[in-house]
Structures are given as C-alpha cells and as structure tokens.
Design a protein. Structure first.
Length: 564
C-alpha cells in the first residue's frame, strides 16, 4: 500500500520535473503567459481531465462542474490545470456509421489522459466524465498512470414527462418502432421526442452511464455518494467542489489506483452491476480494467459473480425507476449497504476518501417507504442481470441482460444480416416474424470495426410489440437501454471466422438461459466444412483510426482492448 501520509513538501515532487529549478525557466515563462504565478507553480499541479462537449446532453454541463472542481483544488492548496479529451454521444450516433466510433473512443480517451498527464508530470488527476465511454476510458488511463487520481461522474439527466409518465431517450427509440407499426401517430412521436430529454445529463435509466457511475463509485475510484446526484441539481456543484478538495487529500495520502483497484474491488463493482440490472457494457469495461491493472479476470468469473448476486434495484430499462429515483431512495450507498448486509461485498476495500467501502456504506440513509432498492432477502430476482452464454455458436461466450420477466428458451430460424443497416431496414419494413432469430454479424470489434450498439433495432422490435416473440443475436453490442432477449458480444466474432459467420438463412438456433447455452443445430462436421469454405471479408477501412483499431483490438471476451 502506498497510502501513507506524505510530507507536505513532497506533494509537488512529480511536477518539479516540469517547472522546478533554473533549467525550467522557459516552461515557467509559458505558464506565466496564461496567468499563473510563482506561488501557483510551487503548489502541486492537479490535472482536470474534462470530457466536455456540446455534442449531446451527457457532457454538456461539465464546464460548470470543472469550475467547481477548480475552486475546490485551489481551496485545498493545489493549482488546477484543465485539459479536454474527445467524447462520442452514443445516443446521437446510434444507428449510424458514426456509432462505430463509440467503443474506439474509449481507447482514445484513455490514451489522451495518459499522454497529457505523462507529458506534463502532473502530481494528481481528477477526471470529469459522463457519457458511456468517457468513464471506462478515464479509469483505464488512470490505471496506467497510477498517480493519485479519481473520477467524478457528471450525473444523470432528469426524466422527461410524457402524458404523466417518466420517460427517457430509450422510450423515443421504442416509440420509433411503435410508429413503424402504426401504433402511434406522427404527432405522438414528435411529442415524446420533444420531452424525453429535458436538459443536460447522462441517460436516466440504469443504462451504461449510470451503470458505470454506480459501479466505479462502489469500486472506490469515485467518492461515495457523488455519482447519484443528478447533473442539474444544485447539490452537484457542492459535490464537485468537495471532490476538488478531496483530490488534495488523496495526494497527501499518496493513494493510487493500484491501492484501490484490486480483484476484490472489481468483484464488488461487478456485483453492483448485476444487482442493479446494469448494462452489458459493464462486462467489456471491467474485463478492460482488469487487463490494464494486470488482474486475472474472465467472463466466466463475471458469470459466477452475477449468478450469486440477486437483482435488487428496480431500475429501467427492465424495471420502473430512473437514476434520480434511486438517489432519492438512498442512492449508491444504500445499494452497497444492502449488498453488504447480504454478505456479498468485500467491505475492507479502500476508496478515494481513505475510508473503506464498509465505512462509507455505513453512512447510507434510506428514505422511509422507498421501493427502488430491495433487500437481498427480498430480491426482484434471485440471480443478477448479467448472464454469460456459451455453446457451438459462441465458444468464447456471449452476454445477455435479463431482468426476470424474459422467456428463458427460444428456438427458431435464423434471419441473416451482415450489417446493422440491413437488419434495421428489414425490421422497419416489418419483415421480421414471430419466432425469427435476427442475426446481425460482422459488427464485432474487428468486423465493424468498433462493435456498434444495436439500440435502434432492439427498441424498434420492442416498440413493434414483437420483442418478446423474437430473438436477436449479434457480435456487436447493446446499449444499456436495451431490454428483452437480446444477446450480444458473441465471440469469436464473424470477421475472425467465428461460428456466427458460418450460419445460413433458416438454420435453427437455440438459446437456453437455464443451461447457459447458445447453439445452432448443426454438427461439428458441418460447421468445419463451412469454415473451410469461409473467407474473411475485406475490411471496411484500410487507413486511419478505424483501420488501426481493427488491427490492434482483441476479442469482446477479453474486453475489446487494444494490443500493445
């Protein structure tokens, strides 16, 4: 452990390589050009890695929060220096070629944070995040750097209100499907579009953003109680100011990601994903964290953790409530406390506050009569939301998120689509029939490249009223807003010769959730014969960032991280 108290004079030890001594006069001169004084430069230099953008609501408010973080750092005796990273809005790019950039952006965010902090020898880092890939990207970068650091989640959007009912952006996607079936009018669709996203903040259900905000807080890399405060509530400003002050305490303790992110704390985080009905993207991201930290972790480990964790949070998309409801009920601290009461957490894991998870969760305050977060003894479902399937169609695994009401068995004929666009066209033209198995392939990490999410299609099937009658499988991903029997992350992917690339129209596919199996009714000999005839398709990109990613990325079963 490196979290002993440091001498105050050593808090700026790292940044002296940048601004200390006679030979760094030129660097100091350039800092003075932006208004810094000698006193500022003699203090610890703290990076604020901001993922602000005005392309979408999730990160739009982070400039406001960054200012409060700056004030907190200054009040505690540090000098804040802010820089920006890229970010991609999943909700805006969904259903387009641009969605391929989303998972790729995770790597670029990690790379940019690592690069800027290494270049400038910062003494500590606080990363401001919101949309889906900014959080895992930030954590991956902080793991690599291993300097005192933390993440602050920007918080959830407020729910929209459609004719007296809380709605989120996922309801807009489902309304599109209902519109295609003639179930709602043009005016209805326009009305829900206008009210679904009432202001800044990340998508409101337990989709990927809130899943990662929740679980990273439980893992210990964010202050307990910070993630659940909604984006535009006044309390978020104070959370941000306090996070800035805490950053300096973190530096004094020399508490680093390697002290916080351990096998035990990762297990805690995965349990929180399973217990809250969180996004399947959590599987990718925690595999990636473990890989960056050198911690052994497999999808089979994730299956074991989820299978032994009850689902206790009644959150959208499978349940009733949105993130602000969970916060009012008692928030992430109450979720942690419930899991601790059930004997399902490693309570001794240290967090960025310097206190253990057990100590932080003990402060939880439950709102009397709340119905959002159940107890372990009275769960919504006995097993967690994440399910790993294997079989001759997915030898290395596939992932599905189940809330408990979904059917557990499906057998039907394959409808083959070699791109998301082709599949969506068929869905939109009402060509998918009851019992069909929609197969979307060549959308994996290499084949896409980038492993697009399929919310536009899955939501359309739900909206059309056939989501409970068909099965969808893909080597791509799903949004955290996806619900129903939708299976993604199939590995090996089609572009690498995986079995999903060998099946034909009409082949009979079977999923058996209880047996954790996903299979095609073909013999090993037939699959081998088809593999001998299979040839890899030409890559979609031959230059630039997409081509580089496709050459470097690993399988979804390994977290879709890029190889060194």
């Amino acid at each position: 452990m490196s979290n002993g108290t440091l001498n105050k004079e050593s808090l700026n030890a790292r940044s002296r390589a940048l601004v200390g001594g006679v030979d760094r006069a030129a660097a100091r001169a350039m800092f003075k050009a932006i208004g810094l004084s000698d006193d500022d430069l003699n203090k610890p230099l703290i990076a604020i890695a901001n993922t602000w953008t005005e392309i979408g609501p999730c990160n739009f408010h982070l400039r406001r929060l960054a200012q409060k973080v700056r004030e907190g750092i200054k009040a505690a005796g540090g000098t804040p220096l802010e820089f920006n990273t890229i970010t991609i809005s999943d909700g805006i790019t969904m259903g387009t070629e641009g969605m391929k950039a989303s998972l790729i952006s995770r790597e670029l965010i990690a790379d940019s944070i690592e690069l800027i902090v290494r270049a400038n020898a910062f003494d500590g880092v606080i990363a401001l995040t919101a949309c889906d890939k900014t959080m895992p990207g930030a954590i991956m970068g902080l793991i690599r750097l291993n300097v005192p650091s933390m993440m602050l989640y920007g918080g959830s959007i407020a729910p929209g209100n459609f004719r007296g009912k809380d709605v989120t952006v996922s309801d807009v996607f489902e309304a599109m499907g209902a519109h295609a079936r003639g179930k709602i009018s043009d005016a209805d669709l326009a009305e829900i579009e206008a009210v679904a996203c009432p202001g800044p903040g990340a998508c409101g259900g337990q989709f990927t953003a809130n899943t990662m905000g929740t679980s990273i807080e439980i893992m210990g890399m964010s202050p307990m109680g910070s993630a659940g405060v909604p984006a535009m509530e006044a309390g978020k400003d104070d959370v941000s100011f306090q996070a800035g002050k805490l950053m300096m305490e973190l530096l004094e303790r020399n508490l680093r990601p390697s002290d916080i992110i351990t096998r035990k704390s990762i297990e805690n985080a995965i349990r929180s994903v399973a217990a809250s009905g969180g996004s399947t993207n959590g599987v990718l991201h925690y595999l990636a964290f473990a890989r960056e930290a050198g911690i052994p972790l497999t999808i089979d480990d994730i299956e074991q953790i989820s299978r032994s964790t009850p689902l206790i949070a009644d959150m959208k998309p499978g349940g009733k409530y949105v993130a602000p409801d969970m916060q009012r009920a008692g928030g992430v601290p109450l979720l942690a406390q419930r899991l601790i009461e059930g004997g399902l957490m490693h309570t001794d894991c240290i967090t960025v506050t310097g206190k253990t998870l057990g100590e932080e969760a003990a402060k939880a305050v439950e709102t009397p009569g709340q119905t959002v977060i159940h107890t372990v003894s009275n769960p919504i479902k006995a097993e967690g939301g994440l399910v790993i399937l294997k079989g001759n169609l997915a030898p290395d695994g596939a992932v599905v998120k189940l809330f408990g009401y979904e059917r557990k068995y499906h057998r039907g004929p394959a409808r083959i689509f070699d791109s998301e666009e082709a599949a969506f066209k068929a869905v939109n033209n009402l060509e998918i029939k009851d019992n069909d198995v929609v197969v979307i392939r060549y959308e994996g990490p290499v084949g896409g490249p980038g492993m697009r999410e399929m919310l536009q299609i899955t939501a359309a099937l739900i909206g059309q009223g056939i989501g409970d009658k068909v099965l969808l499988i893909t080597d791509g991903r799903f949004s955290g807003a996806t619900r129903g029997l939708m299976i993604g992350h199939i590995a090996p992917e089609a572009a690498l010769g995986g079995p999903i690339g060998l099946i034909n129209e009409g082949d009979i596919l079977v999923v058996d959730v209880d047996k954790r199996q996903l299979s095609v009714e073909l013999s090993d000999a037939e699959l081998a014969a088809r593999r001998a005839q299979w040839t890899a398709p030409a890559p979609h990109y031959t230059s630039g960032v997409m081509a580089k990613y496709a050459k470097l990325v690993t399988s979804a079963s390994e977290g879709a991280v890029t190889k060194v």
